[in-house]
Design a protein around this ligand. Structure first.
Ligand SMILES: Nc1ncnc2c1ncn2[C@@H]1O[C@H](COP(=O)(O)OP(=O)(O)OP(=O)(O)O)[C@@H](O)[C@H]1O
Ligand SMILES: C[C@@](O)(CCOP(=O)(O)O)CC(=O)O
Length: 460
């Protein structure tokens, strides 16, 4: 019997408070899932009668040249499943997508340890909600049918698309991992609504995402893709140290132990508190995309080097920032649960967070909240109904996030302000921020979920 066509989706994120601090387990992050999701639809790949293929095809139809064909086979010495990207014809170029090939090799290696290591060929289609990438000429009304579809046709290759920083790779890895598990694990042995199974998904997606990135970050983006909005404390990076690379002897067994936490050494100490976060009724998040962009890895390195050289100053500043961040989470919950009604308390809390972040920027000489973003945040904060805003995550010139009264009038006022926004040139680093646009996304509490596959029928 052929396996059914199934779909899952995972949310993007906005990192409201705790950037950099969260790299150290002593601190936490306040992360919100967004209603912009990455969808993965998986189905058997039809083959001619009598033909056996070991092939998985992944397509991203919103982009040009975005089709990846993989062959798979059992590696020697328990090394898991080897994945090889195949050239579909002699003339086509091979465009690698490390997030896909690493995810395939990790998930199939894991499945092979608990089910049959022979996999039926499959096809996976990826759709990303439009706000993950800046729309070309987004101020102009869509001109053709392709651009009016639910999933916009960006008409460029993926590497030319401008990301808006919503965590596309983490949502992609999480959605594809979940789709493969739902498809290949024996019926009844995995469900996205079962807590223990979500944990397995989290562990596997974190391991694959870190391997694809070639570094172990805090993992907040994969955690929010799996669990949605949460207060997050990272796992110890040493957990992943002994995993080794896919294909190395006994990789499959080590991966299984890590995913299933079968020993003390492979038990994840991640903390996810969903009950500690809320965006109260009457308030919403708004993201404004700044068409510029920063180099997060370089910024992280510099901030960490500054902290290492100045531990006393840095730790004092980080403790103060942590308590402001905790205060913000508490105040949001207090409003949500009726213990506080004054949004002014949130405004002052956000003001304190920003002033600590600017101090960290100054001391580390890293443009976390650079003057151009200060100018933008201040102007937005003066719009009636805007409670306050920050540079999310690593900061820089990527985007800003605002907490506002949940009222269309406030969004319209913001759009009016930003339509004529002229960034000032930053004297320190010479950067002028480009166009700023309000994205359509807002917060969402729910993490990864199964989707009704019928909704994509007219897209594929
Ligand atoms: N729609 C898609 N289809 C296939 N692969 C995608 C898609 N969107 C993103 N990716 C993969 O994710 C990579 C982008 O990941 P990266 O970590 O650089 O960005 P991000 O996660 O969106 O950024 P940020 O952490 O700033 O939010 C792409 O190069 C590609 O490999
Ligand atoms: C700086 C850091 O704390 C956050 C980076 O966040 P973002 O990719 O800018 O959303 C790094 C990390 O947590 O891995």
């Amino acid at each position: 019997m052929p396996l059914p066509r199934q779909a899952v989706s995972a949310p993007g994120k906005v990192f409201l408070a705790g950037g950099y601090l969260v790299l150290d387990r002593a601190y936490t992050a306040l992360v919100f899932g967004l209603d912009a999701r990455i969808h993965a639809i998986i189905e058997p790949l039809p083959t001619s009668p009598g033909v056996t293929l070991s092939e998985i095809i992944v397509k991203s139809p919103q982009f040009r040249d975005a089709s990846w064909t993989y062959g798979y086979r059992l590696a020697l010495d328990g090394g898991g499943i080897d994945i090889t990207q195949l050239r579909v014809d002699a003339l086509s170029e091979l465009h690698r997508n490390p997030f896909l090939d690493t995810t395939l090799s990790f998930v199939l290696s894991y499945v092979a340890t608990i089910a049959s290591p022979t996999f039926q060929p499959a096809s996976i289609t990826i759709f990303a909600d439009n706000d993950y990438y800046t729309k070309p000429n987004s101020d102009e009304p869509p001109t053709n049918a392709a651009q009016q579809r639910r999933f916009f046709d960006f008409q460029v290759p993926l590497w030319e698309a401008h990301k808006t920083g919503l965590g596309s790779s983490a949502a992609l890895v999480t959605a594809v991992t979940a789709a493969l598990l739902v498809h290949y694990l024996p019926e009844g042995s995995f469900s996205l609504t079962n807590e223990a199974d979500r944990k397995r998904l989290h562990n596997l997606a974190q391991a694959a995402h870190c391997a694809a990135q070639g570094k172990v970050g805090s993992g907040f983006d994969v955690a929010s893709a799996v669990y949605g909005s949460c207060l997050y404390r990272r796992f110890s990076p040493s957990l992943l140290e002994s995993l080794g690379t896919s294909g190395s002897p006994d990789f499959g067994a080590r991966l299984k132990a890590l995913v299933e936490e079968s020993s003390h050494a492979s038990t994840w100490n991640t903390e996810i508190k969903k009950s500690a976060v809320a965006i109260p009724k009457g308030i919403r998040l708004v993201m404004c995309d700044v068409d510029c962009g920063s180099q997060t890895p370089g910024m992280v390195k510099k901030v960490l080097a500054w902290r290492k050289e100045n531990p006393d100053v840095a730790n004092k500043l980080w403790s103060e920032l942590q308590s402001c961040n905790e205060d913000l989470a508490t105040k949001l919950k207090d409003i949500e649960e009726g213990r506080l009604s004054d949004y002014g308390a949130l405004t002052s809390c956000i003001g304190k967070i920003r002033s600590h972040i600017r101090e960290m920027s100054r001391l580390s000489a890293v443009p976390i909240e650079p003057p151009a973003q200060t100018h933008l945040l201040d102007a937005c904060s003066n719009v009636p109904g805007v409670i306050g805003g920050v540079v999310p995550g690593a900061g820089g010139y990527d985007a800003i996030v605002l907490l506002i009264k949940d009222d269309e009038q406030v969004v319209s006022e913001l759009r009016r302000l930003l339509a004529g926004w002229k960034g000032v040139k930053d004297e320190t680093d010479g950067v002028t921020i480009g166009k700023v646009s309000v994205l359509g996304v807002r917060e969402e509490m729910q993490g990864v979920r199964v989707e009704n596959v019928k909704q994509y029928e007219w897209e594929t």
